[in-house]
Ligand binder design. Structure first.
Ligand code: CU
Length: 199
């Protein structure tokens, strides 16, 4: 399993590094998001919240499984830029597929009967909570993450609910709110956003 996971991640990373999705088109079917081996994929173009600049690309892959809870691999590649400064930046899946403005993405994706999308008030317990991305001096960085809190396929955890979902990269690092809710503990203002779209 580890070898398979490593292979998938390497493939995703390679696709990221190849450029803005150009290499991924070979993976796309004409009508569906399910690719080889029953895997399901999606992507997001990451754009600045303060300018029209495209900053990078996110790729998601749900591993084929008959389990109701799925394993979703996420790769986010941010290219060199002057908008996202060096350091760690919070990354989350937010509740609405809206990036213009970035506030339109709403709170953190957190479906279910006890949903609490409050960014600082229910962190890091949301379904959409991920880990920080590390940005270097050139403004670039790559995040590799795996989550079982969301799915790409249909179901109660799907990011493709009625109003979709979006990635948000925040101005500050995610502290994961170790002392409970406090203003900005989940990363504060929004630096970049990407609508999560089915392949
Ligand atoms: Cu966030």
């Amino acid at each position: 399993m580890q070898q398979t996971s490593t292979r998938v991640m390497a493939t995703l990373a390679g696709m990221c590094l190849a450029g803005l999705g150009l290499a991924i088109h070979a993976q796309q079917g004409g009508s569906g998001e399910v690719v080889g081996n029953g895997e399901t994929t999606a992507r997001a173009v990451i754009q600045s919240c303060s300018s029209p600049s495209v900053l990078g690309l996110a790729l998601l892959r749900e591993r084929a499984s008959s389990e109701a809870v799925k394993e979703v691999e996420v790769v986010i590649r941010i290219w060199p830029n002057t908008i996202v400064p060096e350091g760690k930046h919070a990354v989350h899946i937010h509740q609405t597929s809206e990036c213009k403005p970035c506030s339109g993405a709403g709170g953190h994706f957190d479906p279910g009967p006890n949903s609490n999308t409050s960014p600082d008030g229910n962190h890091p317990f949301h379904a959409g909570d991920l880990v920080n991305i590390d940005i270097d001096k050139a403004g670039q960085g790559t995040l590799f993450a795996t989550t079982t809190r969301v799915t790409l396929s249909d179901g109660p955890l799907s990011v493709f609910d009625d109003d979709g979902s979006a990635f948000i990269i925040h101005v500050n690092a995610d502290t994961y709110c170790p002392d409970g809710a406090s203003a900005g503990c989940a990363g504060g203002a929004r630096a970049a956003c990407g609508l999560i779209l089915r392949d």
